[in-house]
Design a protein around this ligand. Structure first.
Ligand SMILES: Nc1ncnc2c1ncn2[C@@H]1O[C@H](COP(=O)(O)OP(=O)(O)OP(=O)(O)O)[C@@H](O)[C@H]1O
Length: 258
């Protein structure tokens, strides 16, 4: 079986089928892009996989160390515990906390550190804290954020905040990383740097990456496989080269250049 297997996934909002009969098989270590016009159902698809919404129909299965898990109906934290992490289209940081604290909070959720052990402040607790701090700093360093570790998140430049979001997702130690428009609002240089970083961390942490992105330069450059949604339906799938010449895809983008 693939790592993530989605079958006939459907989500209705009243009379609207935001996602309609979508099936996907995503393999371990694959880098997958999901594209489509505004309102095509891309974010809803992410919300279904990550437990924000429950599917109206269909199944989502993830191969884990404990066997195949059906994710339908699971809460986001539990799904995260099985190795799926995500970022959001709109930045969701703790703006008044430092960059480092933002990462540590994400790690603590993964460690399941109890309030009691924090209160007792045992030496084991201090050792764990120190190890987590080092890991957090190492992650921040990869994303060129170590120098601003003690800054409040609100003081970071926009592109840095977007990178910090990815660090926070990585801090939960995922096997699959879902990125919702990671390059949104970035300039071409920032987008190019981010593209390289995503490819690098995928390699380094042996991750599977699924990203929604409107920036075609990023999608076409790094994705091995692209899925195209339109009005909630999957209208095409293939390699970047196949997608670029697919007539249905070109039509969906109103004849625009891909
Ligand atoms: N909670 C909700 N309640 C009602 N309708 C919703 C809800 N969430 C999404 N929709 C609708 O579902 C459809 C798909 O929205 P979605 O945000 O998934 O599209 P998208 O492809 O991510 O769009 P964009 O590229 O603009 O972010 C849209 O018509 C949207 O208005």
């Amino acid at each position: 079986m693939s790592l993530l297997s989605v079958r006939d996934l459907t989500k209705h909002f009243g009379g609207l089928a935001a996602v309609s009969n979508v099936s996907m098989e995503i393999d371990e270590n694959e880098l997958v892009g999901i594209i489509g016009p505004n309102g095509a159902g891309k974010t809803t698809f992410f919300n279904l996989i990550t437990g924000v919404y429950e599917p109206s129909e269909g199944t989502i299965e993830l191969a884990t160390a404990e066997g195949v898990k059906t994710l339908n109906g699971m809460k986001p934290d539990k799904i995260n515990g099985y190795g799926i992490a995500r970022t959001f289209q709109n930045i969701r940081l703790f703006k008044e906390q430092s960059v480092l604290e933002n990462v540590l909070v994400a790690m603590h959720r993964e460690q399941g550190n109890s309030v009691i052990s924090s209160l007792l402040r045992t030496s084991a607790h201090y050792e764990t804290e120190e190890r987590l701090r080092k890991e957090a700093m190492a992650l921040l360093d990869i994303f060129d954020l170590a120098a601003v570790a003690n800054e409040k998140a609100r003081n970071l430049a926009y592109g840095q905040q977007r990178r910090l979001e990815i660090v926070r997702a990585l801090a939960t130690n995922p096997t699959v990383l879902f990125l919702d428009e990671p390059a949104a609002g970035m300039n071409p240089n920032e987008t190019a740097d981010l593209t390289a970083l995503i490819a690098q961390v995928r390699e380094q942490f042996n991750l599977t990456v699924v990203l929604i992105e409107h920036d075609m330069s990023l999608v076409m450059k790094i994705c091995q496989k692209i899925y195209v949604l339109e009005y909630g339906r999957l209208i095409a799938q293939g390699t970047p080269a196949e997608i670029q010449k697919n007539p249905d895809v070109i039509k969906a983008y109103l004849g625009g250049e891909l």
